[in-house]
Unconditional design. Structure first.
Length: 92
């Protein structure tokens, strides 16, 4: 029996566009499953270190949505507010 696990390519993840997917691959996150293992916050931190231009709220929200299985604008308002506050604190 073949026990190969099929991974979801990061560019096939809802809410992850081609530029963000390329940046994620550059930091070693090449699948949705890898993103879920790392977690959206740590993935965003890796992106920020590798590419300071990725230090933006929309990228963080997109990653959080991808991990939750929804587009960022479908995240509950409280979750979006918490992420907004974390991003603001990380930049301080």
């Amino acid at each position: 029996m073949n026990s190969t696990v099929m991974l979801t390519p990061i560019e096939n993840t809802p809410g992850i566009g081609p530029n963000l997917a390329s940046d994620l691959r550059a930091v070693g996150i090449d699948s949705l499953e890898a993103l879920m293992r790392v977690g959206f916050w740590d993935a965003w931190q890796k992106l920020r270190r590798a590419n300071p231009e990725r230090d933006c709220l929309p990228s963080c929200l997109a990653l959080a949505g991808a991990v939750a299985g929804v587009r960022w604008n479908h995240l509950p308002p409280k979750v979006r507010a918490d992420i907004r506050n974390r991003v603001k604190a990380a930049r301080a």
